[in-house]
Design a protein around this ligand. Structure first.
Ligand code: XMP
Length: 513
């Protein structure tokens, strides 16, 4: 059984970050709901438990509480922020509202250099705090091992029972040595080795896929994006020709996209691929449509039709593979005490109609995005696919404002290719979340040579982001912006003006639509 650490989620915005930090230590971690029964946790044989932070107060009426029996499992435990307060609450300490909220950077003084959590770390550490309540009386058997200006109990330890609490957040980047603290916990306190690697995962996943699928056929909708590509390469390694990938050209792909996918998957990996060129069907349906929501609906509906027809031609198929990731399946903890489980909508099988009943194969569903990329490289996929920026399912249709026509698509494809090329050449492409061109179908006057022009505008968007939920526009160097403008206007017929979008999200969205 894979060594693992269980994280009980009490609703912190950082719970997934804790899980990722642990995996960066090459230790597997799983996130469970805060009230998962102790029996279920014991059955998983974890090497330790982390109690996450959370927005509640432990003494609030509807505060999320763990099964009290988890404290009797005899496992090492680390409580972070709200988690530390739970340790105190359940083990006879005392928590009270602090006089002032401690929020932001603080200096931690380690008082007990023998505490394993702080092994090989300096006596003073920069840490990140975000809490209102405060521990005022230590739980039985605990001692304070580190303090901050505001707290005598910033880190506490029960040495004999291997129980630890931290008032600050070791998982966030603002606690620069937090990784070492987490590494000390998982390796030196819980005794985990470094067995969680993508190389090991491949072996394990292949076994699981073979057992699940047997001799049956599997289909997978390949989009050329990172997730479906990695899923395809992994499943193909497990079951070879039992996998058929279906790639639908919806007419709003980037330039060269279909060619890259065929080159990589057919020529290099020798994966069975059905390439369905449905461009003209999609484009016919886009005619005179300007409303972005209508465009999305047309794409969704038409995709299902085309995919379904292609799937039927594969023959009798029992399984549908999807590149679902871990963040899509983690149950979110509802804040405000309503414990009704919120399972995310991916269970609807990506919007496929009910008549298409498949069993799901989801070999990436315990992985984070950065792990999927690592897995992709390990499987031999090219960097161009594994490290590519996100590209929306509705493709260039959401980057052409107004009606999508073949002429506009042609203009945008050419401009987009220049953006990708220049971003890659200057080294910016892989540093940021997304960079792309948008076609604004308004005409303005320009002059080229001796001639007056009356052409479209291209807007360039480049954003930094962690997850696409919020984003900042990137301060690209002026000479790069200049090169983009010159090349687009010189090389793309139909464009005489280039603008740079300096809107963050919020208030803007990333795509213009
Ligand atoms: P917005 O425009 O909502 O985009 O700020 C956030 C992120 O999501 C991507 N995006 C999509 N991805 N299907 C996708 O697969 C879609 O319909 C879609 N719409 C937006 C967008 O590129 C950005 O990374």
């Amino acid at each position: 059984m894979t060594e693992q650490i269980v994280i009980l989620d009490f609703g912190s915005q950082y719970t997934q970050v804790i899980a990722r930090r642990i995996r960066e230590c090459n230790v597997y971690s799983v996130i469970l709901r805060y009230d998962t029964p102790a029996m279920d946790i014991a059955a998983m044989q974890p090497k330790g438990i982390i109690l996450s932070g959370g927005p509640s107060s432990v003494y609030a009426k509807d505060a999320p509480m763990p099964d009290p029996a988890i404290f009797q499992l005899g496992l090492p435990m680390l409580g972070i922020c709200y988690g530390l307060q739970l340790l105190a609450q359940f083990l006879d300490g005392k928590v009270e509202p602090g006089l002032k909220r401690e929020y932001g950077k603080g200096a931690l003084q380690v008082r007990d250099s023998f505490c394993t959590l702080f092994a090989n770390l300096p006596e003073t550490l920069q840490v990140w705090n975000s809490h209102g309540d405060k521990l005022t009386k230590l739980p039985a058997g605990f001692k304070s091992v580190a303090v901050t200006e505001n707290s005598d109990f910033a880190a506490i330890e029960n040495h004999d029972r291997k129980l630890f609490g931290l008032q600050f957040h070791p998982e966030v980047a603002h606690t620069p040595q937090g990784r070492e603290i987490i590494a000390n916990f998982v390796h030196n306190i819980c005794g985990c080795g470094k067995n969680w690697t993508m190389r090991n995962y491949i072996e394990q996943a292949i076994e699981t896929i073979r057992t699940q699928v047997g001799k049956e056929r599997v289909i997978l909708g390949l989009s050329g994006g990172v997730d479906s590509s990695v899923a395809a390469a992994l499943i193909h390694r497990a079951i070879g020709d039992q996998l058929t990938c279906i790639f639908v050209n919806n007419g709003v792909l980037r330039g060269g996209e279909a060619a890259v996918v065929r080159e990589v998957f057919v020529r290099h990996f020798r994966i069975k691929l059905r390439y369905v060129n449905a461009s003209s069907l999609f484009l016919r349906r886009f005619k005179s449509v300007t409303d972005p929501e209508r465009k999305r609906k047309i794409i969704g509906k038409t995709f299902i039709e085309v995919f379904e027809a292609a799937a039927k031609r594969v023959g009798k198929v029992k399984f549908l593979a999807q590149g679902t990731l871990y963040p899509d399946v983690i149950e979110s903890v509802p804040i405000g005490g309503n414990p009704s489980a919120m399972i995310k909508s991916h269970h609807n099988v990506g919007g496929l109609p009910k008549r298409m009943r498949f069993l799901l194969v989801e070999p990436l569903k315990c992985l984070f995005k950065d792990e999927v990329r690592e897995l992709g490289l390990e499987l031999g996929l090219p960097r161009e696919i594994v490290l590519r920026q996100p590209f929306p399912g509705p493709g260039l249709a959401v980057r052409i404002l107004g009606e999508v026509t073949p002429q506009r698509l042609n203009i945008l494809r050419n401009a987009d290719q220049i953006v990708v090329e220049e971003m890659k050449n200057s080294g910016w492409y892989y540093k940021i979340w997304q960079s792309f061109a948008v076609l604004l179908p308004v005409r303005s006057v320009g002059v080229m040579g001796d001639e007056r022009t009356y052409d479209y505008t291209i807007a360039i968007r480049a954003v930094e982001s962690q997850d696409g939920m919020t984003a900042d526009w990137v301060k690209l160097p002026p000479d790069l912006l200049g090169r983009l403008s010159t090349r687009i206007i010189n090389e793309v017929r139909g464009v005489n003006r280039v603008c740079y979008d300096i809107t963050s999200k919020p208030p803007g969205t990333i795509e213009w639509e």
